[in-house]
Design a protein around this ligand. Structure first.
Ligand SMILES: [Zn+2]
Length: 272
């Protein structure tokens, strides 16, 4: 069964990972701009990163029949210096018309600081001005709920962004309900044993349903698993979920949300 991984940092992964994902049924991915495992020393470092996300990775993915899409921003971990961050934001518009760019992301908060919030607001304005989809990162620290509320407030205050065109990622048991009730889409990031595991994600589907909710691997430079989405599907099968439900959370939901951009491509139709 084909699947989409809507949040995976392939710049940090090997070509072998692309091959394993393709063998597991991956037909499309989206890669948000994020921290690269180190702080970049100049805005030019982001210029090269954006070229990688819009030129190099699509080519690598295509070798395995995977359609690659990207989101652009300066992530909250590197947004503590607002002057630096605004220089990076100024680089983004020249990339927005590239054919694999879906929108702005992953933006949000890391430590919920004032500077992070200021730069989040600047990104939201860019998204609103260009009518772009938004992918939101919520903090992994203990104040995830506070950060999630601050971010949803910033989006509401912006006034021109439709929550149905915003996905709030890294939700967990204590934040998913609020995000969905506010009209946003929500994503669960699956990690091998920390944060949200495939088992916990299956629990969340059983408790909160499957509407406007997706799963992703967030595979990156740290301990993570680019096959987390197919592993979660196996967990759902073990629990007796119907194939149509499994397909909904791993293919139909991401396709529905991402297709709002007009640029999302899925080359291979699901077989089931
Ligand atoms: Zn990420």
């Amino acid at each position: 069964m084909s699947y989409i991984d809507p949040h995976v940092h392939m710049v940090s992964r090997t070509t072998d990972d692309y091959e394993r994902m393709a063998l597991a049924g991956c037909v499309a991915i989206t890669e948000p701009a994020f921290w690269a495992g180190f702080d970049r020393s100049s805005p030019q470092g982001f210029f090269d990163y954006f070229r990688c996300l819009t030129e190099t990775e699509p080519r690598r993915a295509a070798q395995y029949g995977i359609a690659h899409h990207s989101w652009l921003c300066i992530n909250p971990k590197e947004a503590e210096d607002p002057v630096f961050a605004r220089e990076v934001i100024a680089l983004i518009p020249q990339f927005l018309d590239r054919p694999n760019v879906l929108g702005i992301g992953e933006i949000g908060l890391n430590k919920n600081s004032r500077h992070e919030l200021e730069i989040l607001e600047a990104h939201l304005q860019l998204a609103a001005d260009r009518n772009l989809l938004v992918l939101v990162h919520t903090p992994h620290l203990e104040d995830k709920r506070k950060g999630t509320r601050l971010i949803m407030g910033a989006i509401r205050n912006q006034g021109r962004l439709d929550p149905g065109r915003v996905l709030v990622d890294h939700v967990e048991e204590h934040t998913v309900r609020e995000v969905l009730d506010a009209g946003f889409w929500a994503g669960m990031t699956l990690y091998p044993d920390t944060k949200c595991t495939p088992q916990r994600a299956a629990d969340v589907f059983e408790m909160h349903g499957t509407d406007r909710l997706w799963i992703n691997s967030a595979g990156d430079w740290g301990a993570s698993d680019p096959l987390a989405v197919p592993k979660c599907r196996e967990e759902m099968r073990r629990r007796g979920h119907l194939e149509e439900v499994i397909r909904k959370v791993s293919f139909d939901n991401p396709r529905t949300f991402l297709s709002q951009s007009g640029r999302f491509r899925v080359e291979v139709a699901p077989t089931r």
